[in-house]
Design a protein around this ligand. Structure first.
Ligand code: PXG
Length: 465
């Protein structure tokens, strides 16, 4: 039996971690040199690390702990379900109450016409399901040639072979032979970084029209689906210009392309509605869900599927599923999470309290010399850092150098704020209170000041030519 405990000193735990635990997106050198931060407990919006620091979690874990940490009801539901039925599958004509109840609840909350759920344990798995589902759908409709899927550069849809192919992260495609055939990527609607002198709306239209161009290039009888996050998360909280989504919806309708909205981050309240599709005014046939579905208390995800697609898929045997599809403990915990979100009116809190307070706080940071703008929808936000606000200039240093420095200053000030390149990202638990947002903004302002001083010292406040 392991003798490793929560009470061991950081200096002992870190080398043990580095010796045996392979981390995602991390190098051995980083682990050996710096050691991983060890989180020992959490309550509300605060994490405690193995040195006893109280860290405000401005990222809700990885964009998922929507109801905040430490909700004992969630643990009680898990324990009860484990005692009653810790596991059974949903294959071979069997089911159980947690899966029945959760699917019904999700169908109730989802937009009209989206009434069916195929469960997975993560967003990556759910997007793999989506690839097979949309291709199977068109085959069953007698249009097997409609097999290509269009996605976007700098999208994030997961890390498995299928979902990593859907994603548009070049550094991920560089490893392991991605993307798989039949996946195509158009440009993203990132006005701040790529819009140049265009107005946001003109730029949004031009980026949406790339979808039509790609469909016509591939042939309209070849395209199965377009997948996109309503607002890109891991790509840098990119809120598209207002013109973008209506034009995408028009194009999908015109060419009979299924629209898959990846709601893994946007879903379950993050944008101020149950789903980002509602916030952005779109009508997807399939929505990918995970993260906020259980607030991260258990691994669970899935695809919410419209009546028509579910009917066609169900008319044949869909040879697809996971051992843990609809896992009873994960499903029971997710159901409790949805109860808490509803009973405590957390999405109303986002709309009326936390999102306006976050916006107000970020407007103060907008004045900071390093902050090039504020992009925010509900409780997801980004601050692009720049050496020159007026021209939205990029730094002369390699992309990410300044963002990384700022993230380190945030950690030093007991704030978790992620960076994507030279953008700072904020996505706190939805339940955060205005006084906690004040703490977040105060710590972020201090981190920005320290970053600015460091950049001056190191002569890094220079624009790329
Ligand atoms: N779709 C979207 C939109 C996501 O953000 C996934 C799918 C994949 O979900 P799973 O559960 O398989 O991880 C995600 C995950 C980051 C970060 O640093 C973001 C994610 C995962 C890990 C890190 O921003 N998003």
């Amino acid at each position: 039996m392991s003798t490793i405990t929560n009470h061991m000193p950081t200096a002992e735990l870190q080398p043990l971690d580095a010796a045996h635990h392979m981390h995602p997106f991390t190098t051995n050198d980083e682990l050996a040199d710096k050691g991983a931060r060890i989180i020992t407990r959490a309550k509300g919006v605060f994490l405690t690390d193995s040195d006893g620091n109280q860290i405000l979690d401005g990222m809700a874990g990885l964009w998922c702990v929507n109801i905040g940490y430490g909700r004992s009801e969630m643990a009680e539901v898990a324990a009860r379900q484990m005692m009653q039925l810790p596991y059974y599958n949903t294959f071979f004509m069997t089911t159980h109450v947690p899966a029945i109840a959760l699917a019904q609840e999700i169908a109730k909350l989802a937009p009209e016409g989206l009434n069916h759920v195929f469960f997975a344990s993560s967003g990556s798995e759910a997007n793999d399901t989506n690839i097979r589902m949309v291709r199977t759908y068109w085959t069953e409709k007698g249009k097997a040639s409609k097999s290509h899927i269009i996605s976007r550069k700098n999208a994030y849809h997961g890390s498995s072979v299928g979902s990593g192919s859907l994603g548009g992260m070049a550094y991920m495609h560089a490893q392991g032979g991605l993307p798989i055939p039949g996946i195509h990527h158009i440009n993203q609607p990132d006005w701040w970084a790529e819009g140049g002198d265009m107005t946001p709306d003109a730029f949004g239209m031009s980026r949406a029209q790339e979808l039509e161009d790609k469909i016509l290039e591939l042939g309209e009888d070849k395209v199965a689906a377009f997948i996109a996050e309503p607002i890109q998360g891991a790509g840098g909280v990119i809120v598209p210009p207002d013109s973008y989504w209506p034009e995408i919806q028009r194009i999908c309708d015109k060419y009979e392309i299924l629209l898959i909205a990846d709601e893994v981050i946007c879903g379950f309240g993050r944008t101020g509605n149950w789903f980002g599709s509602q916030t952005m005014g779109i009508r997807p046939q399939i929505m990918t869900i995970a993260k906020g579905l259980s607030s991260g208390y258990q691994p669970i995800g899935g695809s919410i599927v419209c009546d028509e697609v579910a009917e066609v898929i169900g008319a044949t045997e869909f040879n697809h599923g996971y051992t843990y599809s609809g896992h009873p403990v994960a499903a029971a915990v997710a159901l409790e999470n949805l109860r808490i979100l509803q009973d405590e009116e957390i999405i109303t809190h986002v709309r009326n309290v936390s999102a306006p307070a976050l916006q107000e706080g970020l407007e103060k940071l907008r004045e900071h010399p390093l902050v090039g703008g504020v992009s925010l929808k509900g409780m997801m936000a980004s601050l692009p850092l720049t050496p020159h606000k007026e021209s939205r200039a990029k730094f002369a240093s390699d992309a990410g150098t300044v963002g990384y420095m700022c993230r380190e200053r945030c950690f030093a000030n007991n704030l978790v704020m992620r960076h994507v390149g030279d953008r700072m990202i904020i996505s706190p638990p939805l339940v955060i209170q205005p006084e906690e947002i004040d703490v977040l903004i105060t710590r972020a302002a201090k981190a920005l000041d320290e970053t600015y001083a460091q950049l001056k010292d190191q002569n890094l406040l220079r624009s790329a030519s």
